[in-house]
Design a binder for this molecule. Structure first.
Ligand code: NAD
Ligand code: GLY
Length: 352
């Protein structure tokens, strides 16, 4: 088992190791005094993993209750959140008890937000079961729900007590969902680590599992370092948005149904890097390496929407500040910077 410390305002550890799910009772006991936990999970994850999680918790003396919602992004909404609040209240979950998010980023985000707000805040533990959740959403404390007019518009920063990543859970994911998460792993390599990029690039969607523990640990270490420096997203943390400005525009353009988040981010990383090459901010070799790795994980370089159609949608991005935008540009693999520019300049940058 590997341990990665996240030095946020409230420090905690991310544990990474195959088989950890069946030891979760013992691991959670080390970070909380309570023996009463509410598990929040979706129907798919419930059918595969709840049994092992509950039996490990019970072995360690926990009493558990479990709330199951329908899987998918549309459940990350105020209706599910209200049902979670009522479930916690009806089951007498108090401020000294804890909530466990068992599932992907949807489960982690909504459970984290419920934990941030129920009784003005109770402890929560993340057991992420998708690659995206293990390397990104479970770490760093961003929690949220969607509104009908946009994603993640209501949320809070709420750090978990512990994150337990069991890479074996990735074995039950479809290859598409693995690819989706791999887009974020490629992003970490691009913004911070050529070594990580090379490990990902020397594998593919067919054999990534051979090096999965290493990939997860490297991604989490990068995220934890960035979060320690800028927990509340005022500066360096924006680097994590590489590929996301155009990516969010793609998701928006296709009504959040045409392209998955990871596919949109992959096309977004390609788009901004292609423009960076045209402006001599990045070498052609870097773009070529990025394109090769995106393709080898069966992610798209482009979508049917043109940049002319996508760029105007970028002004809705949360990383925009009124008339300016924080563009994330990689000058090389592993080297990135935040370039704040007026939106008009960003438009020109993307037009070149
Ligand atoms: P998800 O939680 O919807 O999971 C994707 C699908 O995989 C679901 O159908 C789920 O039931 C299924 N699943 C989960 N684990 C499984 C397993 N081990 N085996 C089989 N099926 C499994 O989606 P996601 O891609 O994990 O997360 C996307 C969400 O994360 C979005 O809402 C996004 O906004 C959020 N996010 C948050 C942050 C953050 O910092 N908080 C960062 C990135 C993304
Ligand atoms: N996923 C981006 C962030 O945590 O800031």
């Amino acid at each position: 088992m590997k341990k990665i410390a996240v030095k946020a305002s409230k420090p905690y550890e991310v544990l990474v190791g195959k088989g950890l799910i069946s030891r979760c009772g013992e691991l959670i006991s080390e970070v909380t005094k309570t023996k009463y936990a509410a598990i929040i999970t979706d129907d798919i994850v419930d059918s595969i993993y709840s049994k092992d999680v509950i039996s490990s918790l019970e072995e360690d003396g926990f009493k558990t209750v479990r709330f199951v919602f329908k899987n998918g992004e549309t459940s990350k909404c105020s209706d599910t959140l209200n049902r979670i609040y009522n479930f916690l209240a009806e089951n007498n979950i108090t401020r000294s008890d804890c909530v466990i998010a068992l599932g992907g980023g949807v489960t982690g985000d909504i459970t984290g937000y419920a934990a941030a707000t129920y009784l003005r805040g109770i402890s929560f533990i993340q057991i992420p079961t998708t690659l995206l959740a293990q390397i990104d959403s479970s770490v760093g404390g961003k929690t949220a729900i969607n509104l009908s007019c946009g994603k993640n518009l209501v949320g809070a920063f709420k750090q978990p007590e512990l994150v337990i990543c069991d890479p074996l859970t990735l074995k039950t994911l479809s290859p598409e969902i693995v690819s989706d998460g791999m887009a974020e792993a490629i992003k970490y390599g691009m913004i911070r680590s050529r070594e990580l990029f090379d490990i990902i690039a020397s594998h593919s969607i067919d054999n990534y599992f051979d090096v999965i523990d290493d990939i997860i640990c490297r991604c989490v270490s990068i995220k934890s370092e960035i979060v320690a420096n800028d927990e509340f997203d005022k500066g360096e943390r924006m680097l994590l948005n590489f590929g996301h400005t155009i990516g969010h525009a793609i998701e928006n353009y296709f009504n959040y149904t045409g392209y998955t988040h990871g596919s949109a981010v992959a096309a977004g990383m390609h788009a901004i890097t292609e423009q960076a090459v045209k402006h001599s901010d990045c070498s052609e070799n870097c773009l070529k390496a990025l394109d090769e790795v995106i393709t080898s994980y069966k992610l798209p370089l482009v979508t049917e929407a043109s940049l002319d159609e996508l760029v105007p949608l970028c002004s809705n991005d949360k990383k925009c500040e009124s008339t300016s935008i924080n563009a994330i540009i990689c000058s090389d693999i592993g080297t990135s910077s935040i370039r704040k520019m007026p939106f008009s300049e960003f438009k020109k940058y993307m037009e070149a």
